[in-house]
Design a protein around this ligand. Structure first.
Ligand code: BGC
Length: 760
């Protein structure tokens, strides 16, 4: 009798739910409605069913037929019993429908699954890797690429992406630097919000939007020595001032979910950190989404030496605020007994379940669990021509021109005297980068294809050397060619008889990404040898770099006249690079991360502290290196154009302000060259004295502006107490009175400046 009643009540809720489509992600009246719906579901659930909502399984088995191996059959059964709330890596309309059916047709509570997947830089239409895309500084276009990724993802049955990655990364050795927006807190915050808006839109219940996930909370990008998963030891102020602001920004923007991280910070694994998850995120920030653990990170607390066993790990994680267990199996095995032993409060379980149900309601899954299962959409909305056009646009905007001595670029479009050399030039796979979701192997437009399409003719090409050999994949260790030099002589011969050599080198797609830390950030394999040999016979080289991390390119920067940083640009890479090489697009990208002179400088970032000994004209006893500069080879914010920009007439509306007042900073920017172009105008400040020491410079604003040849414009920024506040010695966000500098320019080094005072 009880069961019948429950089912009836649930039926009523579902019908009521379907009449109301107002599941807005923003804080709105819809939220209180959802909250009462959630309560009315929760009240019907057994403890086992509640725990089920906190369990996420990996499901990369073929759900198009009955699962074949025992493990998969077991998982499938658990879906039917309602013991699973979410699956990751189940893709396609057919597979997601099959899994959803198992829950909807067999489980008692019929609570739809939420399907998650790592859609990091596109689903099948692949955009530049996030670090590369961030070089565009084009927030609207980055919102747009997330929107397209959401459309393609939702068209294949998936509701949730584990993106954006908001880890600040200052260390080129860390392989996952390619997944974030680089070294700067402000830029990462802006991009994070743009991405969340793109994925989630204004209405999470639309069938074209998906839930986003802010990861990895927190500190993952600060692993010692750039080694993945490594220990993080940072002070509280660095945590609050550098690492947390992007997470706060997306929490305020309504991001649906967070993922915690593998690392420990100051002795506490993030997955078990109550301070981060419960006190800060869900407490002080009052954020109402749910937190998913990282893959197996609950059980990894045992290996960290923080939990005795899986049961202890589950207790620590749930109490700390990790709501959903991704692939540790710790919650399903232990939460029931932990509750009965009084080690986990039922209120803690209820809070976690409510959060998961809330997002499922906001996604509209209770209205229609199959709303993302539309074969027509799957056929028509993925990898479309129009999506590829956007991929080309963002790709060319992400390219950074690092050097262009004697204006070698742009090249004339006659193809005369051009040779293409290098292992990545005809590579149709590497441009897709790591974390390429459903990007099809070898589907990118290669560099060579792009150049030949632009010139409408064949271009002489020699590979010279292979870069990687053997199997390449997400989990496979990389092997580089270090012995086969047989292609070098032909490459040298070709270079001899050419006017300009386009040399395409860099990193394999799987050389950066998870688990891909390196101590050497030079060109791998025999690439350097190839360049040296070619350089001996022809110095008119355009070096085209494809990579997911900053590389040590000091040898080339000293000698080679022209260098283009093209990252791993995605599906349309070759076309986008050709657009820049032949001047159909004037490059406008700016580095989101510093490029060092040497790996020994890492971690390297522009917004360092001054130290007590920044310089000393007489002695060596100051903060520097004896064998390399302490600054970057190519600094944060840097990037050239085929035109040039002049900054002048920096003005402040007032040289002081107090309280709620603000001042306006204006600057005249003039395009002094002969072609139109875009410039990213950057605003930095320096707080001269603080209750804690302050960085020598901090980005606080930017605008990407288009200028016709010869055109000048006045660009303005506002500075108020929000601009200058930071996490102070009082352990609060405050604007402290004192003297400041404001800087404006086209990169973090070449700046013009003025002073102002904040009076409080
Ligand atoms: C990564 C996450 C990712 C998860 C699921 C983990 O190894 O750290 O970023 O979302 O796997 O694939």
């Amino acid at each position: 009798m009880k069961k019948i009643f429950h089912v009836f009540v649930l039926g009523t809720i579902l019908i009521f739910g379907s009449c109301n489509k107002n599941n807005n992600i923003n804080k709105s009246s819809g939220n209180s409605e959802i909250s009462s719906k959630v309560d009315s579901v929760l009240v019907l659930m057994t403890l086992k069913e509640k725990i089920g909502q906190l369990v996420q399984y990996n499901g990369s088995w073929d759900l198009t037929g009955p699962p074949s191996d025992v493990d998969s059959q077991e998982k499938f059964k658990k879906l039917k019993y309602g013991e699973v709330g979410s699956m990751l890596n189940v893709l396609t309309v057919k597979a997601t429908r099959e899994a959803q059916k198992a829950v909807m047709e067999h489980s008692r509570m019929k609570i739809p699954l939420i399907f998650g997947y790592d859609v990091i830089h596109g689903y099948k239409t692949i955009f530049p890797v996030p670090l590369g895309e961030s070089a565009s500084w084009d927030l609207e276009l980055m919102r747009k690429t997330a929107e397209i990724a959401a459309i393609e993802t939702s068209a294949s049955g998936v509701h949730w992406t584990f993106s954006p990655m908001l880890d600040i990364s200052r260390d080129a050795r860390w392989g996952r630097i390619m997944e974030g927006s680089g070294e700067d807190t402000y830029l990462t915050s802006q991009i994070g919000v743009a991405k969340v808006r793109g994925y989630q839109g204004n209405d999470l219940s639309s069938k074209y939007t998906i839930a986003a996930c802010a990861k990895h909370f927190a500190g993952y990008g600060f692993g010692e020595a750039g080694r993945d998963y490594n220990t993080v030891n940072i002070g509280e102020h660095e945590l609050h001032n550098v690492i947390l602001p992007p997470f706060k920004a997306v929490a305020d923007a309504g991001v649906a979910t967070f993922m915690n991280s593998f690392n420990e910070i100051d002795g506490i694994p993030a997955t078990g950190s109550k301070i981060l998850q419960r006190d800060l995120l869900k407490g002080a920030w009052n954020w109402d989404g749910f937190v998913v653990s990282d893959w197996g990170s609950i059980n990894e607390m045992i290996t960290h030496g923080y939990a005795r066993d899986s049961k202890h790990a589950a207790e620590l994680a749930i109490n700390a605020g990790s709501d959903m267990d991704m692939e540790s199996y710790a919650y399903e095995s232990n939460l029931e007994s932990l509750v009965s032993e009084g080690k986990v409060d039922i209120a803690t379980i209820d809070d976690a379940v409510k959060r998961v149900l809330t997002i499922k309601f906001r996604l509209g899954l209770f209205d229609d669990p199959y709303k993302y299962c539309d074969e027509e959409r799957e056929k028509n909305e993925i990898y479309t021509k129009i999506n590829l056009e956007v991929a080309r646009d963002i790709a060319r905007k992400s390219i950074v021109l690092l050097k262009n001595e004697n204006n070698v670029l742009p090249l004339k479009k006659d193809g005369k005297g051009i040779a293409v050399i290098g292992p990545l030039a005809d590579d149709k796979d590497t441009p897709l980068g790591n974390w390429r979701a459903q990007g099809m192997a070898n589907s990118a437009v290669s560099f060579l294809e792009g150049i030949e399409a632009a010139l409408k003719q064949k271009i002489p090409f020699q590979k010279g050397v292979e870069l990687s050999i053997g199997k390449r994949s997400f989990l496979e260790p990389m092997t580089f060619n270090t012995t086969d030099r047989s292609g070098i002589p032909a490459a040298v011969e070709l270079a001899k008889k050419s006017e300009v050599v386009l040399m395409v080198v860099g990193e394999d797609a799987f050389q950066s990404g998870e688990g891909r830390s390196q101590t050497n950030i030079g060109l791998a394999g025999l690439q350097h040898e190839l360049i040296e040999e070619v350089y001996k016979v022809n110095q008119n080289i355009v070096l085209v770099l494809m990579n997911g991390r900053p590389l040590d390119i000091s040898w080339y920067a000293e000698r080679i006249p022209t260098i283009l940083e093209t990252w791993h640009l995605g599906s349309e890479a070759g076309n986008a690079i050709a657009d820049v090489i032949f001047g159909d697009y004037n490059p406008s990208g700016k580095l989101p991360v510093s490029f060092p002179y040497s790996v020994g400088q890492e971690p390297l970032y522009y917004n360092q502290k001054n130290t007590g000994r920044p310089s000393n004209p007489v002695h060596v006893t100051y903060s520097h290196y004896n064998d390399a500069p302490k600054t970057a080879l190519f600094p944060f914010g840097y990037g050239l154009s085929y035109t040039s920009f002049e900054y002048s007439k920096l003005k402040l509306s007032n040289d002081s302000f107090s309280g709620e007042e603000s001042i306006t900073v204006s600057v005249e920017v003039r395009n002094t060259g002969k072609v139109a172009g875009e410039e990213v105008i950057q605003l930095y400040i320096r707080d001269l004295v603080g209750s804690i020491t302050r960085p020598i410079k901090e980005l606080k604003g930017f605008e990407k502006v288009y200028f016709k040849a010869g055109e000048s414009k006045i660009i303005s920024f506002t500075i108020d107490n929000k601009t200058i506040e930071f996490y102070t010695a009082n352990k609060k966000w405050e604007a402290e009175a004192g003297n400041f500098k404001v800087f404006v320019g086209g990169n973090s080094v070449d700046l013009i400046e003025k002073d102002f005072l904040f009076k409080n």
